[in-house]
Ligand binder design. Structure first.
Ligand SMILES: [Mg+2]
Length: 385
């Protein structure tokens, strides 16, 4: 038996753009930008044709249009992206022994031990073909012995490709790549590394771990391990039923709709705050109402992946209007968010203006500073099956 792990990393190519092109094939091959309003929005995604002009996601729309004035801008349909993301998730969930949904368009599969029965490369190629046939979306993958190396391989294989890094050849594979090919090495770290004369991953792996730690502290040591292709992070199984929820039982039963709405709103806000704190988005919201006679109603609905109360509160209200029985005293209310997926940033790119995202961040940091006991008290992270 082999003693290494086998990890596949799947990433949909220019996901939002690909979905737009399915709906409107005339957009194929054009420099296309998906994002908020023309003037003040940011780029949520862009086609490879637009990338050639230096456009990238999270860039202010004004800058993007200066670089590529001929680009077509579409507002984007988050409901559609969530729908396609779910379809891909279902296909993977059907086949993969263990998988993590790392964001709306990114998955890690743990295929360790599979080589006893199948050729993991062939198996992964077949899965990729299935995803492309069933959804029409281009997707790339990397196959390696760790999440880190698999992801780097995917990035190299993109667009519309795949790459395998053979066990034992990780260091050799990484050595010629630029240091910012390591996920998480941002502009600042990159600058710092360049100032230390480090350009490629090989420049790190040829040094001693202690030297890197001396130069850059803990981060330096971590980079050294990564440069060797050593990375032990586990694939965390995705579960639709894993949820974030809160409940409140009242001292006195209430039949006041205003009060019920304000309580559910407060609870939804608290959960949204927790969601952002966990760097997660939710794809499903449920409410629970228990009446004084203990009759209990729960209602749930699928929603576009979000971490904002601006999206969650209208959904909560829609559920309430379906479930609520007038004039019946209520003793307990609950809100639950599920289908939790990483990728808070990606969702925030859809805000109409960066201002709103900034506002959320400001409010959250105030909440963090001063605390809201209702959140910590009511918080209940549970996992079901
Ligand atoms: Mg992608």
């Amino acid at each position: 038996m082999s003693n290494h792990r086998t990890i596949a990393h799947f990433d949909l190519d220019a996901f939002f753009v690909s979905v737009e092109c399915i709906h409107n094939p005339a957009l194929k091959g054009l420099p296309l930008i998906v994002g908020g309003t023309r003037q003040r929005g940011v780029v949520a995604a862009c086609s490879y044709e637009a990338r050639k002009y230096g456009v990238h996601s999270a860039m202010p729309m004004a800058t993007a249009l200066r670089l590529c004035p001929q680009a077509t801008v579409v507002k984007g349909a988050r409901e559609e992206y969530s729908k396609y993301s779910r379809r891909v998730t279902e296909i993977i969930a059907d086949q993969a022994p263990r998988f993590e949904k790392a964001s709306i368009d990114e998955f890690y599969l743990d295929l360790s031990g599979m080589e006893k029965y199948f050729n993991p490369m062939q198996w992964t190629m077949q899965l990729r073909s299935q995803i492309m046939e069933k959804t029409g979306l281009p997707i790339s993958f990397g196959l390696a012995t760790s999440k880190l190396v698999a992801k780097i391989a995917t990035n190299l294989a993109k667009p519309n490709g795949y790459l395998r890094v053979e066990p034992g050849r990780e260091k050799e594979f990484l050595a010629p790549l630029k240091v910012n090919a390591i996920p998480g090495v941002g502009k600042q770290t990159h600058q710092l590394l360049l100032s230390l004369g480090i350009q490629t991953i090989g420049d790190i792996s040829h040094r001693k771990a202690e030297d890197m730690e001396f130069l850059m502290g803990k981060q330096g040591a971590e980079l050294w391990y990564k440069s060797q292709g050593i990375h032990h992070e586990e694939v965390i199984q995705f579960s639709e039923t894993k949820s974030l929820s809160t409940e409140t039982t009242f001292d006195t039963d209430s039949d006041q709709l205003d009060f019920i709405i304000s309580e559910l709103t407060r609870m939804t806000e608290a959960l949204a705050y927790d969601l952002r704190g966990d760097n997660k988005t939710a794809g499903c919201i449920a409410i629970k109402i228990r009446y004084a006679d203990f009759e209990t109603q729960t209602r749930q609905m699928a929603i576009p992946y979000t971490c904002y109360e601006d999206d969650l509160i209208p959904a909560m209200k829609a559920l309430l209007s379906k479930a609520y029985q007038k004039n019946k005293p209520v003793r307990l209310l609950g809100v639950r968010l599920s289908e939790l997926t990483s990728g808070y940033l990606q969702t925030s790119l859809f805000e109409q203006t960066p201002k709103k995202t900034a506002l959320y961040q400001a409010v959250d940091s105030l909440k963090k500073k001063f605390g809201i006991d209702s959140i910590t008290r009511a918080r209940n992270l549970q996992s079901g099956h």
